[in-house]
Design a protein around this ligand. Structure first.
Ligand SMILES: [Zn+2]
Length: 132
């Protein structure tokens, strides 16, 4: 049977204070970590903003492509400005015979020959600038 531990045996050993050389190393790494966190705090919002701008520009380029297809279709089929157009009408005038895909998963729609095509992201996201 084991003897119960005496208070002197069970007490944790006191933590030895860091030597001056180790202390300065810890301070150095702390400063490095703080600088890295500071740079990340500055860079991340800019990355997010750049990504948002790139998505917006890609969507606007897609809308221009769709608008060009609508105008070509209207010209070839002698349509008036108020005539209705569907996405299936213009597929032959788009690259790959398919509607382009919005980078933020919006869907494109067309209504009449004279109106500009729209992205659904502009309707569902307040402040979205996915429009011509
Ligand atoms: Zn879009």
């Amino acid at each position: 049977m084991a003897e119960p531990a005496t208070p002197a045996e069970s007490a944790p050993e006191p933590i030895a204070p860091l030597k001056p050389k180790k202390r300065s190393r810890v301070a150095f790494y702390s400063v490095v970590v703080v600088i890295i966190l500071l740079l990340a705090a500055i860079a991340v919002p800019n990355f997010v903003k750049a990504r948002t701008t790139a998505c917006k520009n890609a969507c606007i380029a897609n809308l221009k492509q769709i608008d060009g297809a609508v105008q070509q279709w209207a010209l070839e089929h002698k349509k008036q400005a108020t005539d209705r157009v569907t996405t299936t009408d213009i597929l032959d005038y788009l690259k790959g015979s398919a509607l382009p895909i919005c980078p933020v998963a919006g869907t494109y729609s067309v209504s009449t020959v004279s109106s500009v095509p729209t992205c659904s992201d502009a309707l569902k996201t307040p402040g979205s600038t996915h429009s011509l």
